[in-house]
Design a protein around this ligand. Structure first.
Ligand code: UDX
Ligand code: ADP
Length: 465
């Protein structure tokens, strides 16, 4: 079994959906079936109007439109799709545990285990299992244990193939990745499985960009890549606070250091704090694993990246309160942006959620506008924190579909996401509709500070005096 013609992917989320759509587009000879327990999600992937698929990513609707119904299928028939496939990708969610041992740090592998047991139950022939979800190092051995002890004699090879796509640029990242990483066993069977997956990607990715390693290196590389990226953001954010005290400008500092080819210019944008489903979760995993092996200094080192990120979010909210004369009680504050970054409707761990929570404690009234995030999602994010009742969240926060309405009558505006459209608003009109002094807290260094100051705004941007 070297030539793969049937793939199943368990989990139709932000990783499984786009990744499988790209494989289907690039490999018309492979039938790709994406399955999920969530019927609503599958129905949305199958919506006649491809603009209504559940994941917003520039260019994704076009990819889905091309392949769907040809060799790309979305279904809730999990068992038959697994039974039919030669290669099964696991792309289910692995959130941080909210209970028991490792609470708040370790990954909850409940869903991964359920998948493994399901595969063991329905498989009637040999299969290659591919870990796509971000997982703690050595998860593959747990999957292997379950498959070999509860299966019916079928042989399974477990590969680690971490996803490096970033949301908002998923289609480009999948189309032309810096590298694809595949980890597998060094046994002859393991190497055959690795080669089968290499051959899938080689349909569109140059061979020299497809790296193969052992399983543990592959698993750990994913955590390490995210930890390094997040660490750069926390490093620049830590210096943004120093800039605000010293009249250095963080954008100038970032540019100056980024031109050093050893440092490089990317991931040096100071912000209100990183969000997303990966950075925090992966670092917490790394910290948990290091601690479980007794590596206290290693754990403390990486934990500091999270501590700095939490500080940045809190510091942003506190600065707003201070600049609004130490009280935001009953004041309208407008949030531009709720997503964790631009060009996505994903809000997981978005800094906006925590800034809002902090301001709500101080009894502010928040009006949210985001071009892609729906009202229900904003409330779901706040309710999930459990800081106050659902009713209180709905009384304290209103979600509107027009940015001018969001800003009307506000004491202050906070820019939480770097959506391009914010730059082109009629800022004079917004100024005229606000209470004075009209303040803007730019958490993304997105807006033209000089232009806004000329209109009359008082602007406070991250890392600038
Ligand atoms: C990340 C990794 O980049 C990707 O390779 C991995 O597969 C998943 O995790 P993602 O979380 O989608 O991707 O987005 P990313 O672009 O990395 O941004 C993460 C967070 O950091 C966002 O909140 C973003 O706004 C913030 N960020 C990023 C900054 O604040 N400053 C920067 O310079 C870069
Ligand atoms: P990611 O960002 O990693 O893609 P998501 O939460 O967006 O994470 O998607 C994971 C998907 O996996 C969800 O839609 C969830 O319903 C699905 N899922 C979780 N467990 C199973 C399972 N055992 N079988 C099928 N689908 C599952």
């Amino acid at each position: 079994m070297t030539q793969i013609t049937k793939i199943c992917c368990i989990g139709a989320g932000y990783v499984g959906g786009p990744t499988m759509a790209m494989i289907a587009k690039k490999c018309p000879h492979i039938k790709v079936t994406v399955v999920d327990l969530n019927e609503q999600r599958i129905a949305a992937w199958n919506d006649e109007d491809v603009n209504k698929i559940p994941v917003y990513e520039p260019g994704l609707s076009e990819v889905v439109a091309e392949a769907r119904g040809r060799n790309l299928f979305f279904s809730t028939e999990v068992e038959s799709a697994i039974a039919d496939a030669q290669m099964v990708f696991i792309s289910v969610n692995t959130p941080t545990k909210t209970y028991g041992a490792g609470k708040g740090q370790a990954a909850d592998l409940k869903w991964i285990e359920l998948c493994a047991r399901q595969i063991a139950r329905v498989a009637k022939d040999n299969k290659i299992i591919v870990e796509k979800s971000t997982l703690p190092v050595r998860t593959a051995s747990a999957i292997r244990d379950i498959l070999t002890h509860t299966g019916n004699g079928s042989q399974f090879q477990i590969l680690s193939n971490p996803e490096f796509l970033a949301e908002g640029t998923a289609v480009e990242d999948l189309d032309a990745p810096d590298r694809v990483l595949i980890g597998g066993d060094s046994t002859p069977e393991g190497q055959i499985a690795v080669q089968a997956l290499v051959d899938v990607y080689a349909n569109w990715i140059p061979r020299e960009r497809i790296l193969t390693t052992n399983v543990w290196s592959s698993e750990l590389s994913k955590l390490t890549a995210n930890a390094f990226l997040a660490q750069r953001v926390s490093s620049i954010n830590s210096l943004s606070e120093l800039c605000e005290k010293t009249e250095a400008d963080i954008t100038e500092v970032a540019k100056a250091i980024g031109t050093d080819s050893r440092i490089g210019p990317k991931f040096l944008k100071a912000s209100v704090g990183f969000g997303g489903s990966c950075f925090q979760k992966d670092i917490l995993n790394l910290v948990y694993i290091a601690r479980s092996y007794g590596l206290q200094e290693v754990a403390d080192y990486w934990e500091q990246v999270i501590i700095m990120n939490d500080h940045q979010k809190k510091r942003f909210a506190n600065q707003m309160i201070r600049d609004l004369y130490n009280t935001v009680n009953g004041k309208k504050i407008s949030f531009l942006g709720w997503a964790f970054k631009k060009d996505t409707n994903d809000t997981r761990e978005s800094a906006a959620i925590y800034v809002a929570d902090h301001l709500l404690y101080e009894q502010a009234y928040i009006s949210v506008y985001d071009p892609k995030v729906l009202e229900d999602q904003v409330y779901a994010d706040l309710d999930y924190l459990g800081s106050r009742t659902q009713e209180e969240n709905r009384n304290g926060v209103k979600v509107v579909s027009d940015p001018y309405e969001a800003c009307k009558g506000a004491h202050a505006i906070a820019v939480l996401t770097e959506w391009d459209e914010f730059k082109n608003y009629d800022w004079q009109r917004i100024y005229d509709s606000m209470l004075k002094p009209a303040k803007i807290f730019d958490g993304r260094n997105l807006l033209d500070t000089n232009k806004l100051s000329d209109i009359g705004f008082i602007v406070q941007a991250i890392g600038k005096k």
